[in-house]
Design a protein around this ligand. Structure first.
Ligand code: HBI
Ligand code: FE
Length: 299
C-alpha cells in the first residue's frame, strides 16, 4: 500500500539560518532563457488564463494588469519590480528553488519574495514539485501588488521567525499552505481562488471550486495550524476566507500566546476530518481521494 504523503516530512532543505538569506539570492539571468522556455511560459499562461474568469479573485486580475505580467515571455524580474516596489514596497528576488524555512521567512519579513527562476519543461506541464517561475510569478506575485495581502505576507514572515523560538514552524507552515498556497475566498460574486498553488494548476483550479469531493471550511487560525495537508495531490480540505481584510485582522497579533497553546495541545486534524466547531460550507464526498487511493493500492 502506498502511503499518502503529508507535510510532516517538513522542508527537505531544513530550517537554515535567517541571517544567511543573501546567499540564496541569484541573478535571474533573463537573457539566458531560450525561445522554448519562453514558449512554455506562453503555453502555461494561455491555458491558465482561459480558466481564470469567474474563478480567480478580483485582486489577482488587478495584480496581473497592474504589474503588466507578460503573456508571451517569462517576465523580467527587474521590470516587474519597477512597478511592484512603487505599489507596495514588495520586490521579487530570484532563487534556485526551495530554500530553508528561516531565510524564507526573513525574506518575506523584508518584503522580498523569493521566486524560482527556472521553468518546467514541456513534459512537466501539469505537475512539478519545486516552485518554478510560472508558479511564483503567475501564482504569487500578482497578489503582492495588493496592499493588504502584502501586509499579511510580511507579517507572516515575522510570525515565522517567532515560530522558530517556540518550535512551532510546522504549525505556521500549515497556515501558509492553507492560505497563501491553497486559499479560497467567499465573495459576493461567489467562491473565488486566491491560493497560488491553485492559481498555477489548471486541474486544481476547477477541482477546488466545482468538485463535490473536497471539504470547504470557514477560516479558523488555530484549527488550520493543527491540520495535515497533502503535497502529492489535490487538497481534501480547503479553508475559506471572506476577504484579505479578514485574513489580515485574524493574523496580525503576535502569535506567541497561540504558539504556547499549540505546544500543550497536540490535536492534529486529518486530511478530510471535520472538527467539532467547524463552519462547514461544503462537506465533501471525498470520492476523488478515495478513488486515487484505490488506484494507488492496485499498483
Ligand atoms: N522556498 N523558494 C521557496 N518557496 C517557498 O514557497 C518556500 C521556500 N522555502 C520554505 C517554504 N516555502 C516553507 O517554509 C513554507 O511552507 C512556509
Ligand atoms: Fe508557492
Amino acid at each position: 500500500m502506498k502511503a499518502q504523503k503529508v507535510q510532516d516530512l517538513g522542508n527537505p532543505t531544513g530550517h537554515g539560518n535567517p541571517d544567511d538569506w543573501q546567499k540564496y539570492i541569484v541573478d535571474q539571468g533573463w537573457k539566458n532563457y531560450t525561445d522554448e522556455e519562453h514558449d512554455v511560459w506562453k503555453t502555461l499562461y494561455e491555458r491558465q488564463m482561459e480558466l481564470m474568469p469567474g474563478r480567480a479573485c478580483q485582486e489577482f486580475f488587478d495584480g496581473i494588469e497592474a504589474l503588466q505580467i507578460d503573456k508571451e515571455k517569462i517576465p523580467d524580474f527587474e521590470e516587474v519590480n519597477k512597478i511592484l516596489k512603487e505599489k507596495t514596497g514588495w520586490e521579487v528576488v530570484a532563487v534556485e528553488g526551495l530554500i530553508p524555512d528561516l531565510p524564507f521567512f526573513k525574506l518575506l519579513s523584508e518584503r522580498k519574495f523569493p521566486a524560482g527562476y527556472f521553468i518546467r519543461t514541456r513534459e512537466q506541464l501539469d505537475y512539478i514539485q519545486e516552485p518554478d517561475v510560472f508558479h511564483d510569478l503567475f501564482g504569487h506575485v500578482p497578489l503582492l501588488s495588493n496592499p493588504i495581502f502584502g501586509d499579511y505576507l510580511e507579517n507572516f514572515g515575522k510570525g515565522g521567525l517567532r515560530a522558530h523560538e517556540f518550535g512551532t514552524i510546522k504549525n505556521l507552515s500549515r497556515l501558509y499552505w492553507f492560505t497563501v498556497e491553497f486559499g479560497l475566498m467567499q465573495t459576493p460574486e461567489g467562491m473565488r481562488i486566491y491560493g497560488s498553488g491553485i492559481l498555477s494548476s489548471p486541474g486544481e483550479t476547477v477541482f477546488s471550486l466545482e468538485d463535490d469531493s473536497p471539504n470547504r471550511i470557514g477560516f479558523d487560525l488555530k484549527r488550520i495550524m493543527q491540520t495535515q495537508y497533502r503535497v502529492d495531490d489535490y487538497q481534501q480540505t480547503y479553508f475559506v476566507i471572506e476577504s484579505f481584510e479578514q485574513l489580515f485582522k485574524e493574523t496580525y497579533a503576535d502569535f506567541a500566546p497561540l504558539y504556547k497553546v499549540l505546544k500543550e495541545d497536540d490535536t492534529l486534524y486529518g486530511l478530510a476530518e471535520i472538527a467539532p466547531n467547524d463552519d462547514v460550507l461544503t462537506k465533501g464526498t471525498q470520492q476523488y481521494a478515495t478513488e486515487r487511493q484505490k488506484a494507488a493500492e492496485a499498483v
